[in-house]
Design a protein around this ligand. Structure first.
Ligand code: KET
Length: 468
């Protein structure tokens, strides 16, 4: 088997078979998994059929029977989505949810983009059906998504060197990529930035892929630890997988400069590493789709083999539609065809085929010039609102701050988040005393704030920084 021992253990703990049993010979593991519980009760009932007494399997007998899952312990709440659950349960009228990265209007209400409503109207008028999609997804979506990522006249796309497969938003695309690496690039370590979006670790661990971290954030400068990052990528074994945030790094909001990206590319090339880009915020960092794809485009232009996971949760506000894609850029069209065939095979076993609604929305928005231009404006509007709220928060902090601290990091960080430097005890005060919900790492989503509440947030932050 291609799996390492650690990977195999991780996979088994998650309940995934690490070898495929033949049809007439089920694996012991899968047989055991289904033999511990009800069959025993059924056997007893069957025996009773042959005795004089009527069969009686009381509910109580079934309920007290040892469970196959006896040793399971309570899982902790998710560090990000668990914050939303806690927020919902809070009855205070002051409460503020700055946990999950989800865009809100200036009234702090969820937002459905106008272009999404227009696309849905057109879909209804055209009477779109709900048939299964092919395993690789909607053809028009796949064409649109790779063009948005790499540019409409990209040479790698024209040469047929990009395998694109529609998947379940950013998370599902990353997970499919992780499954692909587990199967076809076994024994390699994935390097994640420290810190990173918390779910990266779950995604690779669940796929049985070992991960480690490279330095990224320097608390002293509240900036990028570029030297640390380069040193760790250099020290990683040749041929490792390096996960890079395409833009608007989560949670820090700090991206490398174009010059730094170019040096990162030089080093990754020298070390023969495989870049795996996570592009969850295209258009949300700068307000421009093209600018936010510059890092990925640089690597593709330089001829790298790489993977890219894309998400439309944020830039089209399609959080619940689970629409995104996994792209594999390869040296030849022949290899791209083969890789795509294997990605389809993995997807078929994981979820069969992807959902159609979000894919059609993206295809309609991108395929209609007027709606596409309107989307760019709406996206710039969302990015602009977040930038404005950042500026207001800095003003409000300065007004209250008696210690003359430098808050400029809040306006220099980009994307939805600000990495505040609040420590866990301070975060606890933010939530317990002020009903401000945020992740324990000190991240706040500025997409969940408005100008009217910026003063309240500043009060909470100053109190927490000063007194804890
Ligand atoms: N990558 C990054 C970096 C990311 O922040 C998210 C979501 C995703 C991928 C996946 O999003 P999807 O909806 O699967 O396309 N982040 C926000 C939501 C979450 O944690 O699920 C967040 O950090 O709040």
């Amino acid at each position: 088997m291609a799996f390492s021992a650690t990977a195999q253990r991780a996979a088994l703990a998650q309940g995934f078979a690490t070898s495929i049993p033949s049809a007439d010979q089920p694996s012991k593991a899968s047989f055991a998994a289904f033999s511990g519980f009800r069959p025993v009760a059924l056997k007893k009932a069957a025996l009773d059929l042959h005795s004089a007494k009527p069969a009686r399997v009381s509910m109580q007998a079934v309920a007290t029977k040892a469970s196959a899952f006896e040793s399971i312990t309570q899982a902790p709440p998710d560090p990000i989505l668990g914050v939303s659950e806690a927020f919902k349960a809070d009855t205070s009228s002051d409460k503020l949810n700055l946990g999950v990265g989800a865009y809100r209007t200036e009234d702090i209400k969820p937002y459905v983009l106008d272009v999404v409503k227009k696309a849905e109207k057109l879909m209804l008028e055209n009477g779109e059906n709900k048939e299964y999609l092919p395993i690789e997804g909607l053809a028009d979506f796949n064409k649109a998504t790779v063009a948005l990522l790499l540019g409409s006249d990209n040479k790698a796309v024209k040469d047929g060197r990009v395998a694109t497969i529609q998947s379940l938003s950013g998370t599902g695309s990353l997970r499919l990529g992780a499954a692909f690496l587990a199967r076809f690039y076994p024994g390699r370590t994935v390097f994640l930035s420290n810190p990173t979006w918390g779910n990266h670790k779950n995604i690779f661990a669940d796929a049985g892929v070992e991960w480690k971290e490279y330095r990224y954030f320097n608390p002293a400068t509240i900036g990028l630890d570029f030297e640390g990052m380069m040193a760790d990528i250099e020290a990683a074994p040749n041929g490792s997988v390096i996960v890079l945030h395409g833009c608007a790094h989560n949670p820090t909001g700090i991206d490398p400069t174009p010059e730094q990206w170019s040096k990162i590319a030089d080093l990754i090339e020298k070390k023969n590493h495989l870049p795996f880009f996570d592009v969850a915020y295209q258009g949300f960092a700068s307000g421009s789709l093209d600018e936010d794809a510059a890092s990925v485009r640089l690597f593709v232009e330089r001829g790298f083999e790489l993977l890219v996971a894309q998400s439309y949760s944020k830039n089209l506000g399609l959080y619940a539609e689970r629409i995104g894609a996994l792209n594999a850029v390869l040296p030849t069209a022949d290899l791209a065809t083969k890789v795509k065939s294997q990605l389809k095979r993995l997807a078929r076993a994981l979820y069969s085929n992807p959902p159609v609604h979000g894919a059609r929305i993206v295809a309609y928005v991108v395929g209609n010039n007027d709606i596409f231009d309107e989307w760019k404006q709406e996206m710039a509007g969302m990015a602009g609102r977040i930038q404005a709220v950042r500026a207001t928060l800095v003003e409000e902090l300065k007004k209250r701050d008696t210690k003359g601290r430098d808050w400029s990091f809040i306006t220099s960080q980009i994307g939805m988040f600000s990495f505040t430097g609040l420590k866990p005890a301070q975060v606890e005060n933010m939530t317990k005393k002020w009903h401000v919900y945020m992740t324990k790492d000190g991240r706040i989503s500025l997409a969940g704030l408005n100008k009217a509440r910026a003063g309240y947030l500043a009060d909470a932050m100053i109190d927490s920084f000063d007194n804890f």
